[in-house]
Write a protein that binds this ligand. Structure first.
Ligand SMILES: Cc1ncc(COP(=O)(O)O)c(C=O)c1O
Length: 370
């Protein structure tokens, strides 16, 4: 077997299907920087509140570096954690109004760790068809039976729930490719009625929606890597659920603790998110979204173009005009629904958003206000 040839053939097929990808470096501080020698404004970041550049967040990371150095050195259970990890977990739990929280190295591994910890043999995971890849992969790695329900269709979910053994319902709260919102009140009440564990991935929920309280068990997943401007993920839940994850969630157990500087940055960012300043940043973000697509519920704004080739060409054309807007193609989205995905941040200027709107109209030939 010549693996280099095999790899080459597969890449060739991906290229023919307009699905080949490559990594590019963006030399930036926040949303502005240079790519391939060109000055651009990025609409490709999930740093929705611009906190990766906030002076208090950066200072907190500096202090942590000075105090503890760079890498944590070992896994949390091998005592790789520092006090800052515990402090961050305490604040994350308070923020999510849960008894505890557990850090993971990324949001991706928080999804994997949670679904594999609870999705044991004899359980059934019910998963929205448009859930993020981390949840899809968590379902695949679990020992549970997995049933996929049509996107946001609560009647279909209810039908499946009534036939499922030890059900776990998992859903993005804000869907990462469409920017639409899960019917969270219905999810909470259906799970309460059917004694199902509800797992909500709140990675993109910078503007909510808030999660109503309910009588059932739930796990709230989040990431430090998006609007907390850092890196890492977490699961927040009742004490016993968190304690079980500490003992059985392999993506928590068999990996080095996140760096103390990342934890310190996330903690400083979380304190801003929960303050008046955070509220003002969210108000600003909301206003920018309304300029581009009035009333859209999240900072993720898709412009579906259909063919991968069209989405890639539009993205390239926008880059020439100074805007980084990624083309999202299968398998990240369904065949025939390749798109541009704009993500807005409170760090954008009003004029930048206005100019982007004009450029999008020029490149796609349509208005994009939904
Ligand atoms: C819904 C959702 N969950 C989880 C993740 C993974 O988070 P992280 O980037 O921290 O691994 C992402 C994005 O990457 C996401 O969109």
């Amino acid at each position: 077997v010549n693996w280099a040839d095999r790899a080459g053939e597969r890449i060739g097929r991906l290229t023919e299907e307009d699905q080949a990808r490559r990594v590019r470096a963006f030399d930036s501080k926040g949303v502005r920087g240079t790519l391939g020698g060109r000055e651009i404004v990025s609409f490709a970041s999930n740093d929705y509140l611009g906190l990766s550049q906030h002076p208090r967040v950066v200072a907190a990371a500096h202090e942590a570096l000075d105090r503890w150095g760079t890498g944590a050195g070992s896994a949390r259970l091998i005592v790789g954690g520092r006090a800052i990890h515990d402090e961050l977990e305490t604040d994350l739990a308070r923020w999510k109004e849960e008894e505890g929280a557990l850090l993971f190295p990324s949001g991706y591994s928080a999804g994997l760790g949670t679904l594999t910890a609870f999705g044991t043999k004899g359980t059934t995971i019910l998963s929205d068809e448009l859930n993020h890849a981390s949840l899809v992969d968590g379902c695949r790695l679990s020992r549970a039976d997995v049933l996929v329900y049509p996107h946001r269709e609560m009647d279909a979910l209810e039908g499946l729930l009534s036939r499922s053994e030890s059900p776990i319902v998992v859903s993005d709260l804000v869907f990462s490719m469409d920017g639409d919102i899960a019917p969270v009140a219905d999810l909470v009440s259906l799970c309460s009625d059917h004694d199902a564990l509800l797992v909500l991935d709140e990675a993109h929920a910078v503007l909510g929606p808030s999660v109503p309280s309910g009588s059932g068990d739930r796990i709230r997943l989040g990431t430090l890597s998006k609007f907390l401007g850092s890196a890492g993920g977490f699961a927040a839940a009742s004490r016993s659920l968190v304690d079980l994850m500490v003992n059985v969630a392999r993506p928590f157990i068999f990996t080095t603790a996140g760096s103390p500087a990342d934890a310190a940055a996330a903690l400083a960012a979380l304190r801003i998110v929960r303050s008046d300043e955070g509220e003002a940043l969210r108000t600003r973000l909301r206003a920018l979204i309304d300029r581009l697509r009035p009333g859209h519920p999240s900072p993720i704004i898709p412009i579906v173009l259909g063919a991968s080739r069209d989405a890639m060409a539009a993205s390239e054309r926008l880059l020439e005009l100074g805007f980084l807007v990624p083309a999202i193609r299968p398998p990240s989205v369904a065949e025939g629904s390749a798109r541009l995905r704009v993500t807005l941040s409170a760090a954008h200027q009003e004029e930048e958003v206005e100019e982007l709107a004009l450029a999008l109209e020029k490149v796609t030939g349509t208005t994009i206000d939904g």
